[in-house]
Design a protein around this ligand. Structure first.
Ligand code: G16
Ligand code: MG
Length: 214
């Protein structure tokens, strides 16, 4: 019996990856190299600091920690400029209806995101009130595939891991959910999401009836 649903943010509730991409690409260009959409795939679900390291690796650039901190802050300032202009139209199709159905059925809802900007994004899209707990990059110290973010979510909701389902669009997030001992539904294409209970293209395909696992 499923008692709680835990949602990743970027790629599950909203597509903030496109804003991350613009902001990272601007930084790369400033540093004198190009950053493609294919490169951006490597940053999905990955923390800000680690994302910068991958970006610098792509550009073949080595910098000291102080400079890295400056660049991460600069990228974030730029990124926040984009998300400050987000609105409820950017909620991915079917998400809001599914959240409402969960509430009607007494199933608890938590956010489990790597982003430190998660509270701002939820505010901009008007969904803050739908979440019973918000666990984000400000409250975790270990990145996915470490299970910390989802274990904290379950704890905040007082629900056992085995009674939780995680919705994830990144392989590291699927692994994190598995490491937490939770069920996991992939959002996207099955080829990119190994080890999920099943994969759906989006929430228009999701129903309460599908929350049954043996
Ligand atoms: C999101 C994105 C990542 C991003 C990370 C940290 O994770 O998928 O690309 O690097 O958050 O974001 P910020 O720089 O805002 O702290 P998730 O877990 O919501 O998919
Ligand atoms: Mg994600």
């Amino acid at each position: 019996q499923i008692k709680a649903c835990l949602f990743d943010l970027d790629g599950v509730v909203v597509d903030t990856a496109k804003y991350h991409f613009i902001a990272w690409r601007e930084l790369a260009q400033e540093l004198g190299f190009d950053f493609t959409e294919a490169d951006n795939e490597r940053l999905k679900g990955v923390s800000r600091v680690r994302s910068l390291e991958i970006l610098l690796e792509i550009g073949g650039i080595e910098l000291d920690d102080k400079r890295k901190e400056q660049l991460a802050a600069q990228k974030n300032e730029n990124y926040v400029g984009y998300i400050q202009r987000m609105n409820p139209d950017e909620i991915l199709p079917g998400v809001e209806d599914f959240l409402k159905k969960l509430k009607e059925n007494g199933i608890r809802i938590a956010l489990g995101s790597a982003s430190k900007n998660a509270p701002l994004i939820l505010k901009q899209i008007g969904l803050t009130h739908m979440f019973d707990a918000i666990i984000d990059g400000n409250s975790v110290s270990k990145a996915k595939p470490d299970p910390e973010v989802f274990l904290k979510g379950a704890e905040a909701l007082s629900v056992e891991s085995g009674d939780c389902v995680v919705f994830e669009d990144a392989q590291a997030g699927i692994e994190a959910a598995r490491n937490a001992g939770m069920h996991v539904i992939g959002i996207g294409h099955p080829d990119n999401l190994k080890n999920a209970d099943f994969v759906i293209p989006g929430f228009e395909e999701m129903t309460i009836e599908k929350l049954k696992f043996d």
